[in-house]
Design a protein around this ligand. Structure first.
Ligand SMILES: O=C(O)CCC(=O)C(=O)O
Ligand SMILES: [Fe+2]
Length: 209
């Protein structure tokens, strides 16, 4: 379900929460302005060019492992307390979304963890659920894409499986400004290989453990 959202419109945030309550996922297109996305994209690229990313891992803590046959992107975790204006604005907007979702869905979302992700051409992330085996606090996944003019032929879609048996799916193009939200424990998903560099911010709203 695609939702147009006017910036700062509280009732539009409620509409997102309603979609999540109904179907557990939605895509949103105008929560961030084109200027917001451009600023996030340049922040991401300048960190990338400074070599601050590392190869993404599967799992967390002692269980974290780098498995490039499962995922081949690189990530940089974002620190809200030491963020550029673009990244601060990302956190502020997402916190507003968090409040709206909590009001309507009682998910008890407490905090947001987020990282930039760069998928170089040819990289992918195989089918997975976002909940860790040893940590079930990730509740709502939120992926925001930073790619201007992304043709269908470039691949790199997020394939979101809509049922637990993965019989039906929706392919979502990682086009600048598209935000995908889905319940972390319910929706299997994968990132299909892209033919060009693919940028995003992936966030997870967590409930308290
Ligand atoms: O970039 C995407 O479309 C999804 C990324 C993802 O599934 C993840 O980082 O867990
Ligand atoms: Fe994921």
């Amino acid at each position: 379900m695609d939702l147009p959202v006017k910036q700062d419109a509280g009732h539009e945030l409620s509409a997102i929460a309603e979609q999540l309550a109904e179907q557990g996922w939605c895509t949103v297109h105008n929560l961030f302005s084109p200027a917001d996305i451009r600023a996030l994209r340049s922040a991401c690229l300048s960190e990338w060019e400074d070599g601050r990313f590392h190869q993404a891992a599967i799992g967390r803590g002692l269980n974290a492992a780098r498995r490039s046959e499962i995922r081949s992107d690189s990530v940089l975790w974002l620190d809200e307390s030491d963020a550029s204006p673009a990244v601060s604005h990302y956190f502020t907007t997402m916190q507003r979304l968090r409040s709206a979702v909590n009001r309507e869905l009682y998910l008890g979302l407490a905090e947001l963890e987020a990282h930039f992700a760069v998928y170089p051409a040819g990289s992918f992330y195989q089918k997975h659920l976002d909940r860790f085996r040893d940590d079930d606090t990730r509740t709502l996944s939120a992926v925001l894409y930073l790619n201007q003019d992304w043709p269908e032929a470039s691949g790199g879609q997020l394939r979101l499986y809509l049922d637990p048996d993965c019989q039906t799916y929706r392919d979502i193009r990682p086009e600048a400004g598209t935000l995908v939200l889905f319940l972390s424990d319910r929706f299997w998903h994968e990132v299909l290989p892209a033919t060009q560099q693919r940028l995003s911010i992936t966030g997870w709203f967590r409930r308290r453990s």
